[in-house]
Design a protein. Structure first.
Length: 262
């Protein structure tokens, strides 16, 4: 198994997913989950946990991608970690198939503009990203258009500009890894710029990692998300922002699900 670098936003890093190939039923694929968790997932559509340390999150540790996560986050001392399994309805049949639909849904970066997130402090939905676009990696002032594909490349990297309400202008790296044999995707997002909160630097560059593993099954799309954050230990602020980082990841799940249905 190869060891991969990390990417955050939320940043996306590419990780290989061990999949069994289609056709497969989502419950069969998720048989590594405990029965009570599996029941909850299929009754509500999601199964989530929030903790401080990555090792305190229980869902990924018996999953097919446990070794990959361990290797990718080896030595990363998180102060906030969140994970979740999500079930997404399959879209109507697309001319180019489900794999390009999934890839294009994760690379339609212009559609991040106006993305909503649940605000813990306001207890309501509010705009998360006021602007977003893909940019040239060497010249970040040069905006690039979204480029849908009909054939999915094995690996892809993108630099994305984001204008967020609280942290202002920022850049993130998205890495997408497509396992053609298993027909599954790994997406990794990593922050390339620091994130400020009030007068504090909340997250330094490279300290926010968000991973998505996407497995299309014959009845559902299974998506697993994990976000791991290293913040400064000051004034208990990391605890205040704990759920906020989960909702950031959840907003990206909603963004992908909305795109894939179109």
């Amino acid at each position: 198994m190869r060891r991969l670098g990390l990417a955050a936003l939320l940043c996306v890093v590419a990780l290989p997913v061990i999949a069994q190939g289609l056709p497969r039923d989502s419950k069969d694929y998720l048989s590594f989950l405990p029965p009570e968790g599996l029941d909850r997932l299929f009754s509500s559509g999601e199964l989530t946990n929030i903790a401080g340390k990555i090792d305190d999150l229980p869902l990924w540790q018996k999953s097919p991608f446990a070794d990959t996560i361990k290797a990718a986050l080896q030595g990363f001392d998180s102060t906030i970690a969140a994970e979740g399994f999500f079930l997404i309805d399959l879209p109507a049949a697309a001319p180019d198939g489900i794999d390009p639909r999934i890839f294009n849904s994760f690379t339609a970066f212009s559609t991040l503009k106006g993305l909503q997130v649940y605000s813990v402090s306001q207890q309501k939905m509010e705009t998360f990203l006021f602007d977003a676009s893909r940019v040239d990696e060497a010249d970040r002032t040069k905006r690039l258009q979204d480029q849908p594909v009909t054939e999915v490349p094995a690996q892809s990297d993108f630099v994305v500009y984001e204008k967020e309400e609280q942290t202002g202008d920022s850049y993130a790296k998205f890495h997408i890894d497509f396992d053609q044999a298993g027909e599954s995707f790994a997406v990794a997002v990593t922050n390339l710029t620091k994130m400020n909160y009030l007068f504090f630097t909340l997250v330094d560059p490279g300290n926010l990692h968000t991973f998505f593993f996407v497995v299309p099954c014959q009845d559902k799309i299974v998506l697993y998300g994990l976000t791991a954050v290293k913040t400064g230990h000051f004034l208990g602020l990391e605890r205040v922002k704990e759920k906020s980082f989960y909702y950031r990841m959840r907003a990206l799940v909603s963004w992908f699900a909305s795109n894939v249905k179109q």
